[in-house]
Write a protein that binds this ligand. Structure first.
Ligand code: FES
Length: 129
């Protein structure tokens, strides 16, 4: 059994060993995708790169990065994974949508009242290739 802690959402989910991280998130109504990902994700086949998450604790309890991840994440920090390619074998802490984060330590911060900031980030990415 593995505990998956979703840091931003302040939720903890229990998973069987070998559970797929993307599926566990979806089954528990954890929102993995930015607006772009919601509109055009590949459904978990490792093709779109929109299910990206940051592993802040327990990387050793996840399956190794796949070849697809090595390609899609080559310019990202080593702590980033594609949820759809990741199997959970022990306790982990996960930050969803890490690129939408505005800096360290803000994951649990109270909303600033500037909700438009995040919407703009999502929309701003729509035009990029
Ligand atoms: S859902 Fe497309 S790469 Fe994970």
């Amino acid at each position: 059994m593995a505990n998956i802690k979703f840091v931003k959402e302040n939720r903890e989910v229990i998973a069987a060993d070998g559970a797929n991280l993307r599926l566990k998130a979806i089954q528990n109504s954890i929102d993995l995708y930015t607006l772009k990902g919601k509109m055009m994700n590949c459904g978990g086949y490792g093709q779109c790169g929109t299910c990206i998450v940051e592993v802040v604790d327990g990387m050793e309890n996840l399956s190794p990065r796949t070849e697809v991840e090595n390609q899609k994440l080559k310019k990202k920090p080593g702590s980033y994974r594609l949820a759809c390619q990741t199997l959970v074998n022990g306790p982990v802490s996960i930050v969803t949508k890490p690129s939408a984060r505005k800096g360290q330590g803000k994951a649990n911060a109270a909303p600033s009242g500037n909700q438009k900031e995040n919407v703009g980030d999502d929309l701003g990415n729509l035009g990029s290739p």
